[in-house]
Design a protein around this ligand. Structure first.
Ligand code: HEM
Length: 407
């Protein structure tokens, strides 16, 4: 591709795009449904129509094996990333199958359902602390600590360590949003990753000496029993569960509350008819999901989509949030409608990498949103919408840095 063919980074990664990417996604879907884009992180191709996106997520020619002989990870994560990122999300079957099988039981719907009472206690405890204040930054006080506490408890991270684990993951999540120069910012992220890596490696070792009834304990036992995972894979799997297990849920909760506060008639409808909540959660995820583009895939051969050739070796991004606003699949897609009949949205992905934590995410969202609506009846945005601070447009995640509210 020549630079002239690309959608330039300056067009896509603007503050206006961060505030509302959907007009740009709509234009791309219509005019350039398969197109190369320049990006501050790495050049890639973007697929924006629903049918193409769903097909791409199961296309075996689009590989997730970033750590294979071609070492695609170097372009995406840079050197020294194996310690954390060489996990199931970045692998193809049969490696992927082997890595996913070990943890899939722990996230099975029945196992997750058994956690409901404990998650409800965590939700209530966080809201108890917010209520007397009359105002809150809901990201800081609720949306981030809720899934973080849940996944830390599930994994078996000791409570005394939750704070520093949270600090490291937040440095990674908010990268690009501080006023630090880019080189300093990159160094801070690398430092946080390194510390987290060492911490998780130590934790895994400690669980081996003192076996516990938690997910890391179960992984250690599985390794000892039949060597299913290597020691390094144990750490990368733990990192994936920790990061995927709170980041997306936190951003989803923030986006969902903001969407409801800026669509008061939908909020009132939901308050009046709580049984709409499960469908509303799917609609909120479709409307403004936390993972705008699925994690990177690589074309293992030249591939045609919409008659456009994506050359072998290209990095390909499946634009989930663009696909979820495709009018060919969702009538009036830019309208939030909590009564919309559940559509087959792509918010949890599709194919073998379909979200492992889907039951947990839905349960957390259900308990969180129902408690917020019930216990903070006067909930409203504390600043004008334009002043809500968001993650930068170039972030792989779509979420808020702060969500100031009053009630
Ligand atoms: C994968 C979304 C919560 C664990 C994925 C994928 C998506 C997604 C779109 C596929 C990525 C791709 O194909 O590139 C979400 C959303 C969540 C959420 C929107 C919250 C609203 C969770 C939670 C966990 C989790 C709570 C708990 C551990 C994972 C894992 C994968 C994954 C391990 C990789 C699966 C694989 O490679 O086989 N998620 N997720 N997610 N998610 Fe989630």
């Amino acid at each position: 591709m020549t630079d002239d063919d690309k959608v330039p980074a300056a067009e896509l990664y603007t503050e206006a795009f961060a505030a509302d990417p959907y007009p740009t996604f709509a234009r791309l879907r219509t005019e350039r449904p398969v197109c190369p884009v320049g990006s501050p992180r790495f050049d890639s191709w973007l697929i924006t129509r629903f049918d193409d996106a769903r097909a791409a997520l199961t296309d075996p020619r689009l590989s997730k094996d970033l750590y294979g002989p071609d070492q695609h990870y170097l372009r995406i994560f840079g050197p020294n990333s194996e310690g954390l990122n060489r996990n199931m999300l970045n692998s193809d079957p049969p490696e992927h199958t082997r890595l996913r099988r070990v943890v899939s039981q722990a996230f099975a719907p029945r196992r997750i359902e058994a956690l409901r009472p404990r998650v409800a206690v965590i939700v209530d405890h966080l809201i108890d602390k917010i209520v007397p204040q009359g105002e809150s930054d809901l990201m800081h006080d609720f949306a981030i600590p809720l899934p973080m506490t849940v996944i830390c408890e599930l994994l078996g991270v000791p409570p005394a360590d939750h704070g520093r684990v949270l600090d490291w993951t937040q440095v990674i999540r908010t990268s690009g949003s501080t006023s630090r120069p880019p080189a300093e910012e990159r160094a801070a992220v690398q430092e946080a990753q390194l510390r987290l890596h060492h911490y998780l490696a130590d934790l895994v070792r400690a669980k081996r000496d003192d076996p516990a009834d938690d997910i890391i304990g179960a992984l250690v036992r599985a390794v000892d029993l039949d060597g299913t995972l290597s020691e390094a894979e144990l750490v990368t799997t733990t990192f994936l569960l920790l990061f995927a297990g709170h980041q997306t849920t936190a951003d989803f909760l923030g986006n969902a509350v903001l969407a409801l506060l800026t669509h008061p008639e939908q909020l009132e409808l939901l308050r009046a008819t709580p049984r709409l909540l499960p469908a509303a959660i799917e609609e909120l995820l479709r409307f403004d999901g936390p993972l705008p583009v699925a994690s990177p895939r690589v074309a293992t051969e030249d591939i045609d989509y919409q008659g456009v050739r994506i050359p072998r070796g290209s990095i390909v991004g499946v634009a989930i949030n663009a696909a979820n606003h495709d009018p060919g699949h969702f009538a009036d897609p830019d309208r939030l409608d909590v009564r919309r009949v559940r559509g087959p949205h792509l918010g949890f992905g599709h194919g073998v990498h379909y979200c492992l934590g889907v039951s947990l995410a839905r349960m957390e969202a259900e308990l969180a949103l129902s408690a917020l609506l019930r216990r903070l009846p006067g909930l409203r945005l504390g600043v004008p919408l334009a002043e809500v601070r968001r993650l930068p447009a170039a972030s792989p995640f779509r979420g808020l840095l702060e969500l100031p509210v009053t009630f």
